[in-house]
Design a protein around this ligand. Sequence first.
Ligand code: SF4
Length: 456
Amino acid sequence: MISVFDLFKIGIGPSSSHTTGPMKAAGCFRASVLKHPRSAGIVRIQVTLFGSLAWTGKGHATEKAIALGLIGCLPETIDPDDANKRFADICATGRLPLTGDHSIPFRRERDIVFDLERILPGHSNTLTLAAFDADGRALVEETWHSVGGGFIIREGEDTAAQASQVAFPFNYRSAEELLSLCHANSIAIADLVLANEKALRPETTVLASIDRIAAVMFDCIERGIRATGQLPGGLNVQRRARSLHERLNSADQRNFQRPHEAMESVNIHTIAVNEENAAGGRVVTAPTNGAAGVIPAVLKYYRDHCPGDPQQGERTFLLTAAAIGSLCKMNASISGAEVGCQGEVGTACSMAAAGLTAALGGSNRQIENAAEIGIEHHLGMTCDPIGGFVQIPCIERNAFGAVKAINAAWLALRGDGTHRVSLDQVIETMRQTGADMQSKYKETSRGGLAVNVPEC
Ligand code: SF4
């Protein structure tokens, strides 16, 4: 089973697959290097990026992520401002401090290689890392796949065997199995997920961690609304969340009554998070960084506009959303490099729709219905970020995903849970559609908007 805290991870932007994943892989490689009996003799590390990592790695700050991982930084704890400063220091000094007393020379253009020609077997997001001694012998070599949402797999590692060591009370692989388990035990989806989490950690820890995830999401919205200026990267994209927020507030002060006000707030909150992500700020991967704005904005919609106990509702929301995200990950993909944006914003929309439906008291069948609607209307959506930056179309696309999630939840809540297309069928359709999609539409910036809109 996939934990709630594997799907919701606190990290930094702009990408879970191209920033968080490579940083974690570099950190694991560093641990292997330091364990090697001749680690003191290592004088150079070279990292080679393949496939989507090579094509869009520059726009996704992959070099910075790898350098920081190699010096022991972790995505969940590093301060975003400190991350920029430390990478600037590495580039300025040309030294990579592996430990306090062992640093090696580092030149980003020599030591991080973007192989634009090859895709290695296993996954389109692959990186190889090698550490050399003074004679040019590779003492440590590893290959890692960054498979989306910050998940990484070391080549040859049996992740299934590791996972099977934990005895979860409820095992499911499909939405139908999930619903059957809930029905047989007369419990809600959120309670089933909580029971599984308790196999990993105490309930108080689980609930406190969920509250922390929600708090970081709301903080990110607040920071995004306060920030101004241009996003990094050279596309000259201006941050908009603050000006949109100010215009909405000034209309409020003149007592304009607008039927779409809640929707405007959702747009602003989503854009605020995605702008923070694009700027390399602190975000919650949900289930990826590119799609990080959808769930916080819908969670805030719940807090601001819906009745009920906010803390309990937010816990129910996030636990339920995690069940849907894990179904998408297990049976299709949450990686834009594997199935296009339907797997990122489509999955986030589905998770948010299910979470909101649950928080509003929907039945398990209504939750499954909302999740299905959320994906169905993202099927076929490609990943084509301009210049490889997680900005256009990603930022606005999240806002549309959030609005669709709310619509999906209310459509499901107005029904009785009976519907024609099942969540399992739509997830399988997403998998098949992703498999048929040409690679130029899967986070390579070689098709779609990325080729039709000239970079500034
Ligand atoms: S287009 Fe979608 S999948 Fe691609 S980087 Fe942007 S948000 Fe992620």
